[in-house]
Design a protein around this ligand. Structure first.
Ligand SMILES: C[S@@+](CC[C@H](N)C(=O)[O-])C[C@H]1O[C@@H](n2cnc3c(N)ncnc32)[C@H](O)[C@@H]1O
Length: 217
């Protein structure tokens, strides 16, 4: 029994999600993420049509997690309630949940994009999740999402057209808790139709990490 516990401890110690304190931990996470990511995003995988890859740049995502962890410490605030607009198959959601072990997660997606149904099913499990299927600006959906506010962390990554992002920002930034953080993904890419109007709004109070903007409200 003692031996088994010892073995278990060793495995946990090597687990990349265990903690994230040092630069070495961060590099271990980066490397882990590279294995989940396609080459176009800076990872080791080739696109194979299964859509099981992580849709994030490994450097950017590890920086973000590192930042959020230190933010929790600095503000003495546990990130408990998480809202993800654009859940997709939930890969990012699961990764963030490993680090923050959220009390409650709300996700919304209209499921119009291609994704892996196997990943989707796997990423519904072992978390306290309310998942809404539908458009993020629909009145009925907003009403449901509002019931669970305020959110400590909101990730806006649904429709990427200017009008969609603007609506999501208007609707969801109101649902943040004190010192809550709102993240908008893919905001600076011209191909997503972002124009200077959205970028100006965002830049006013943002901390820029590659193509992720963080609002600290
Ligand atoms: C870039 S993916 C999200 C990726 C996910 N956040 C992640 O990091 O793994 C964008 C998702 O938004 C969804 N979507 C697009 N327009 C939407 C809308 N108006 N309302 C809700 N979901 C939408 C798509 O179906 C797609 O799954």
């Amino acid at each position: 029994m003692v031996f088994l516990w010892h073995t278990f401890q060793m495995k946990i110690d090597k687990y990349v999600f265990r903690d994230l304190k040092t630069e070495k931990d961060k590099e271990a996470l980066r490397e882990f993420l590279r294995h989940q990511t396609n080459a176009e995003f800076g990872g080791y995988r080739i696109f194979d049509g299964t859509r099981t890859h992580l849709m994030h740049n490994p450097e950017e995502l590890s920086d973000l997690i590192f930042f959020l962890k230190s933010y929790e410490k600095k503000k003495r605030k546990k990130i408990r309630n998480f809202l993800e607009v654009g859940y997709s198959s939930g890969k990012l959601n699961t990764i963030l949940n490993k680090f923050f072990n959220f009390d409650h997660i709300v996700g919304i997606d209209d499921f119009t994009a291609d994704m892996s149904s196997t990943d989707l099913l796997a990423n519904l499990r072992r978390k306290n999740l309310t998942l809404i299927c539908g458009k993020s600006d629909k009145k009925e959906n907003l009403k449901i999402i509002k019931q669970f506010q305020p959110y400590d962390l909101i990730f806006v990554d649904g429709g990427h057209e200017y009008k969609d992002v603007k609506k999501d920002l208007d609707n969801y930034s109101r649902m943040l808790s004190d010192n809550g953080i709102l993240i908008v993904h893919d905001i600076h890419r011209i191909r997503h139709g972002m124009n200077s109007d959205v970028r100006t709004i965002l830049l006013i109070r943002s901390l820029y990490v590659e193509n992720i903007f963080l609002f600290v409200v």
